[in-house]
Design a protein. Sequence first.
Length: 226
Amino acid sequence: MASPSLSQRVHVSTHPIIKAKLSQLRSENCDARTTNRLIHEIASVICCEALGSCLTVENDGKDETPLGHTYDIQTIKPSHISIVPILRSGLGMVEAIRNLLPDSVPVHHLGLFREPVSLQPVEYYNNLPYHSQQPSTADHLAIILDPIIATGGTAVAAIQTLRDWGVSKIVIISVLGSEPGVTKAIEEWESVEIWVAGMDSYLNEKGMIVPGVGDVGDRLFGTKGK
């Protein structure tokens, strides 16, 4: 249950299907195939909820139906959208959002790992085009995909990178967050919104969410116990 003190820019799903699927995902008995399916299904609903809030439509010309009737073509705004999965677990959410959007949008990958002693994020991969230069449009929406917001350090690092790149708004979509981590991330910038399927209250000494869902990257790719 999310704390009522969380920012109004944090949205925790109350959808009963999401709650049931998240409960299934928590089970240690989920194999990689089942984990991938559940992450995709949960992300599909959360992405739909998030996009319904951050996108609008506008008329963009005319077309005809097969019966010869004229109608207004509607396109989504903002027109400049980037999907930014955090490697590697964010890859499990990419197809969910790409299937929802009516047009193809670029996918830019960020590789961040958490240093095991300090728990601080370390960037090891960045394929944002023209890095350190601003995008050509002022209405650039970046959608960060990361199944877990634990300490919040990775989310903060991604926000900082995308701000430097020049985006005007960031939406983070996650499967599960911790209250401390989500609070840290949402306080980083006023132009950030966070959408999560569920929220847990605590982190253990290793920075893992409790009760949580474990290491989603390991579970997605069958590398548990590496």
